[in-house]
Write a protein that binds this ligand. Structure first.
Ligand code: NAD
Length: 465
């Protein structure tokens, strides 16, 4: 099947009439084709968005809320079709797909709800003045997303951007565009104003950059690699438009000897299995207090060796990512205690869950984001060394701390340089603001913070004299 763009409430052919192939990474078979967009397609989509956002932003909060609830309803009603599309180009296992699609629906429900409580305020300047603020949209927001959680990331940025009164032009990864296109179609069919949610597919160079430099794009929301984030941040700085950058991570999971080891081991296993480790917030540096290090590693390895590819975890989603993980294995400079190879007997892009135990923290495998089912472990002695190792990274997206000493865990939570810290499995969801410190990026998604990201504050002051 061939997918065109979604522009102004309808499917549109690419200007150059070219399409790009996709691949089912679970089988290695070719998948659907998506439009190979280019600058003229971007121009059409931005024009459609520019023509739509003012009318949208003038509607009452109640109206906008109802419209976004209807988008959520349409997504929920077509969840199975969204799952099928997402599976075809990512090979994800069913539980992971269900989780991601349910969460995608929830982004629309959550922002449809809280937008009704998103107001300016009055500012008391004394008698004779009436001063207030208005929260106004930027206009056209570019949403550029990667391939690892395609629909989820598109919704994570688009729902708050729309809720705040903006229009969106989304540019998904050319390898995983189908679910984002279906989101836009469902949004239109559910009554969302034409032009409010557009999708232009294609490569970063042919669509992403023309979108970011477009003079009518007033804000950029980017999720992806540090290299592309830096490129887009440079464009944003040059154009003086704000950007949100959700980039990579090499996040620590700290386990003290007094922790509930059963739950800590389960958390370490799920860092590897959830989306086969292709999650920016995966806690792939397992830091364990020395007396229990070997026991924790043995239990994690035992659990990982029971897992079945295609059942408990999916493949690498792209061929490039598959090759990148195998290159990490070849150059690790350490011998894994489990894994370290691909499943050569399977047709898809599967690699074995892998653990490098007690590694030298200076090794590339211990410092770079692998973005695959790969853990490194490091033993530590005492709180100070745990903290130093946790912060010994250029990244700062998330961290997890497991300890029976809550005061110690919270002391560490205060000092670890990361945007989200889960203590003893603390829940993190749509309500909890998410975003990086250091090279993991800036700006916040999720929570009410994301609504603020997509609104500009205007002050109006009236003299009563
Ligand atoms: P990527 O940066 O290569 O691509 C991301 C998006 O940017 C894609 O749509 C791509 O087409 C586009 N793009 C690429 N080059 C571009 C250019 N020159 N100009 C404009 N757009 C361009 O990243 P990826 O390989 O698709 O994704 C993996 C990375 O994403 C990992 O590093 C991962 O950590 C990160 N990630 C971060 C988060 C987060 O929320 N922090 C979530 C998921 C993934």
């Amino acid at each position: 099947m061939r997918h065109g763009h979604w522009i102004g409430g309808r499917a549109e052919e690419p200007a150059n009439r070219s399409y790009l192939p996709t691949l089912d990474p679970a089988t290695g078979l070719p998948g659907d084709e998506v439009a190979a967009g280019s600058a003229p397609d971007v121009d059409r989509a931005v024009a459609a968005a520019e023509g739509a956002w003012r009318e949208w932003s003038r509607r009452s909060a109640a109206d906008r809320s109802e419209a976004l609830h209807r988008v959520a309803d349409a997504m929920a009603a077509h969840a199975d079709a969204l799952i099928d599309l997402e599976r075809a180009c990512t090979g994800k296992v069913p539980a992971q797909l269900r989780l991601e699609v349910d969460m995608s629906v929830s982004y629309f429900r959550y922002y449809a709800g809280i937008l009704r409580a998103h107001h300016g305020r009055t500012v008391d300047q004394g008698a004779g003045h009436h001063t207030y603020t208005r929260l106004e949209p930027y206009g056209v927001v570019a949403v550029i997303t990667p391939w690892n959680l395609p629909l989820n990331q598109a919704c994570r940025a688009s729902a708050p951007a729309l809720a705040a009164g903006n229009a969106v032009v989304a540019k998904p990864s050319e390898l995983t565009s189908a679910s984002t296109l279906m989101l836009a179609r469902l949004a239109t069919e559910s009554g969302l104003l034409d032009g409010l949610l557009n999708v232009v597919t294609g490569t970063g160079l042919d669509v992403g950059t023309p979108l970011a430099v477009h003079p009518d794009v007033r804000r950029i929301a980017f999720t992806g690699s540090v290299v592309t984030g830096r490129h887009l941040a440079t464009i944003a700085a040059d154009r003086i438009v704000p950007a949100t950058l959700e980039l990579g991570g090499k996040s620590p999971l700290l386990v003290f000897a007094d922790a509930d080891l059963d739950r800590a081991v389960a958390a370490a296993v799920s860092a590897v299995t959830a989306n086969a480790g292709q999650v920016c917030s995966a806690t792939t540096r397992l830091l364990v207090e020395a007396p229990v290090h070997d026991e924790v590693v043995a239990r994690v390895v035992e659990a990982l060796e029971l897992l079945k590819p295609g059942v408990d975890f999916g493949p690498m989603i792209t061929e490039a990512q598959y090759r990148k993980v195998l290159d990490h294995f070849a150059t690790a400079g350490a011998v894994p205690v489990t894994g370290g190879t691909a499943y050569d007997d399977l047709p898809g892009l599967y690699v074995r869950p892998t653990v490098y135990a007690g590694v030298d923290p200076r090794l590339r495998i211990a410092r770079e984001e692998v973005f695959g089912p790969v853990l490194v472990t490091l033993p530590f002695t005492g709180e100070a060394e745990a903290l130093a190792l946790a912060n010994d990274t250029e990244y700062g997206l998330v961290a997890a701390v497991w300890s029976g000493d809550i005061a110690r865990a919270l002391r560490l939570a205060e000092r670890i340089e990361a945007g989200q810290i889960a203590v003893n499995g603390g829940a993190l969801g749509i309500e909890t603001p998410f975003g990086g410190f250091k090279q993991s990026g800036y700006g916040r998604e999720k929570g009410i913070e994301a609504l603020h990201e997509y609104a500009r504050t205007k002050t109006v002051s009236l003299s009563l004299h």
